[in-house]
Design a protein around this ligand. Structure first.
Ligand code: AMP
Length: 449
C-alpha cells in the first residue's frame, strides 16, 4: 500500500497531513501525486470525495519556490464555494511552513471586492492563485495578476466548467501561460465537448480513471417511493424526521422549488439550510461554512449549486424529483454512504416518470420500492407489477454506466489485511461521526443554557 512518505515531501507537509489525520493516500493521490511531482500533465477522472484536492495541492506546495516572488501555480474551479474550499485546504498546508517561507496564496472569485484585490496585487503577487475563471482572467487582462509566470495550471471540475460556460475563460488563462505548462485537469466525466480543449493543451498526459466504486456506494439503502396521491411536502417532512439523520440533503430540480420546499420545512420548525442559485453568493458562502460546522441537520439544494461541494457525513439523501440529467442522479445519491459508511437515498417519483426510473435502472442502479407507514419505511409492491415497462429512446452514456457498476470482487492474497484496514477505516469514520454528534449536542446545550 502506498504511503505519504514514499513521496519525499517537505517536513512541513507531513506535519500538515498529521494535523488533519490523513494517514494513507487515497487511490487518486497514490496514482497521481508521483506523476504530478515529476511535472507531467494529468487528466484525472474523479469525484469530490476522492481526495483529488490534495492530489494536486501537495505536489504544488512541494514544488513552489518561496524565493520567487511570482505566480507559480493557478487553480481554477467553476464555483466560488469550491474555490473557497480549496483555499481553506491550501491555507491549512501553508500554516505549517515557517512564516517567511510559507507560499503566498491568493483567492480570486467573482462577487468580491476587485479594487481591493488590485491594490494588494500592486505590492505583492501571490505564488499560488485559486479562483473562478472569470475573475482570474479579468485580473490577468487588466495587467494586475501576472499569471504568465505559472508553471502549473489546475482545471478543477472541468465538466462543470464547461457546463457553466467558463471554458473560454480557462482557455484565455491557459493561453497566457508558458508552452511547457503542466496542466492538471480533474473532471467527474470527460464529455466529448471537452476533448478539443484537452487536445489543445495536453501533450501525452497521464490519464487516470478513478475506480468507479466511489460513486454509488454498496452500503446504502436505495429507496424508490411513489408519491401519487400523497402530499409531497408533508411526506418529505415525515421522511426527514422519521429517524434522526446525522445530515440530510434534499435535492430539487429548480431553485424555485428548493426555496419553496425550504420555506415549508422551516414553517414546520426544521432548521434548514438552502443552497441554490437564488441565494446570494455571500450568503451561500456563509451557509456552506455553517453546514461544515454542522449547524444544520437539513440542507435543501439544487444540483449545480451543490455539486462538487464536500458535505461530510450525509446519512440521508432525498430526491424531491428525478433530475432531467440522469448523471445528476448518480452525483446526488453518491453523496451518502461515503467511505463505507451506511446511508439511505430516497427517490420520490410519480408513475408518469416511470421511463426515467427505467433509465436509471439500466445504469445498474437497484431500487427498493418502499412506502412510509406509521413513521417507518415498509416494502411496497414493485412498480413493474402495475405497469408495463416502457421502451426508452435515450442513449446511455458508458461513463455513467461505469460510475454505477460495482467493481468485481476478486479475492486476492492480502485480502485479509485489506478487509482489516477497511474495518478500521469504518470504525474511524463512525468515531468521527460520534464526535460530531457529541459536538452538536454540546453546542445545542450551550445555546439553550
Ligand atoms: P476531496 O475529494 O479532495 O474534496 O476530498 C474529500 C474528503 O476526503 C475531504 O474531506 C478530505 O479532507 C478527505 N481526504 C482527502 N485525502 C484524504 C486522505 N488521504 N486521508 C483521509 N481523508 C482524506
Amino acid at each position: 500500500m502506498a504511503k505519504f512518505t514514499d513521496y519525499h515531501l517537505r517536513d512541513e507537509l507531513y506535519q500538515a497531513l498529521d494535523d488533519i489525520h490523513f494517514e494513507t493516500p487515497t487511490p487518486v493521490q497514490a496514482r497521481l501525486i508521483p506523476v504530478i511531482l515529476q511535472g507531467r500533465s494529468v487528466v484525472g477522472q474523479s469525484q469530490t470525495g476522492s481526495g483529488k484536492t490534495h492530489a494536486f495541492l501537495l505536489p504544488i506546495f512541494q514544488n513552489v519556490d518561496p524565493t520567487q516572488n511570482q505566480v507559480q501555480a493557478v487553480i481554477t474551479t467553476p464555483s466560488r464555494e469550491l474555490a473557497q474550499q480549496i483555499y481553506q485546504a491550501a491555507k491549512q498546508l501553508a500554516s505549517h511552513f515557517p512564516e517567511d517561507a510559507a507560499p503566498r496564496l491568493g483567492l480570486f472569485v467573482g462577487g468580491t471586492d476587485k479594487a481591493r484585490q488590485v491594490n494588494q496585487l500592486k505590492s505583492n503577487q501571490p505564488q499560488i492563485v485559486i479562483g473562478t475563471p472569470g475573475r482570474i482572467k479579468d485580473l490577468y487582462q487588466s495587467g494586475d495578476l501576472a499569471i504568465h509566470t505559472a508553471k502549473t495550471l489546475v482545471v478543477d471540475e472541468a465538466d462543470m466548467t464547461l457546463d457553466m460556460g467558463f471554458l473560454n475563460d480557462v482557455d484565455a488563462i491557459a493561453g497566457a501561460m508558458p508552452e511547457d505548462l503542466q496542466m492538471l485537469v480533474f473532471s467527474a466525466t470527460i464529455p466529448q465537448k471537452l476533448q478539443p480543449f484537452l487536445k489543445k493543451y495536453l501533450d501525452n498526459p497521464v490519464v487516470e480513471e478513478i475506480p468507479v466504486e466511489t460513486v454509488i456506494s454498496s452500503t446504502i439503502q436505495n429507496v424508490l417511493m411513489d408519491t401519487k396521491g400523497k402530499a409531497k411536502d408533508e411526506l418529505i417532512y415525515n421522511l426527514l424526521t422519521m429517524g434522526n439523520p446525522y445530515m440530510a440533503l434534499v435535492f430539487t430540480n429548480t431553485k424555485e422549488r428548493a426555496h419553496e420546499l425550504a420555506r415549508q420545512l422551516k414553517e414546520r420548525g426544521l432548521k434548514v439550510a438552502e443552497i441554490h442559485g437564488g441565494i446570494q453568493p455571500r450568503e451561500r458562502r456563509r451557509t456552506m461554512q455553517q453546514i461544515q460546522r454542522l449547524d444544520y441537520q437539513y440542507v435543501v439544494a439544487t444540483d449545480l449549486a451543490a455539486r462538487g461541494i464536500d458535505i461530510p457525513g450525509v446519512s440521508l439523501v432525498i430526491n424531491d424529483g428525478i433530475p432531467n440529467d440522469l448523471e445528476f442522479f448518480i452525483h446526488r445519491v453518491g453523496r451518502t454512504g461515503r467511505n463505507g459508511a451506511s446511508g439511505t437515498a430516497i427517490t420520490l417519483y410519480t408513475p408518469d416518470e416511470d421511463e426515467k426510473v427505467s433509465e436509471i435502472e439500466k445504469l445498474g442502479v437497484k431500487f427498493e420500492p418502499m412506502t412510509l407507514s406509521k413513521g417507518e419505511l415498509k416494502p411496497a409492491p414493485d412498480r413493474r407489477r402495475r405497469k408495463q415497462r416502457t421502451k426508452s429512446t435515450q442513449k446511455l452514456d458508458p461513463t455513467m454506466i461505469g460510475m454505477v457498476k460495482k467493481k468485481k470482487k476478486n479475492v486476492k492474497p492480502g485480502y485479509k489485511h485489506r478487509i482489516k484496514s477497511e474495518i478500521e477505516r469504518d470504525a474511524r469514520n463512525k468515531k468521527r461521526i460520534e464526535e460530531r454528534e457529541h459536538m452538536r449536542a454540546k453546542r445545542k446545550a450551550n445555546k439553550t443554557r
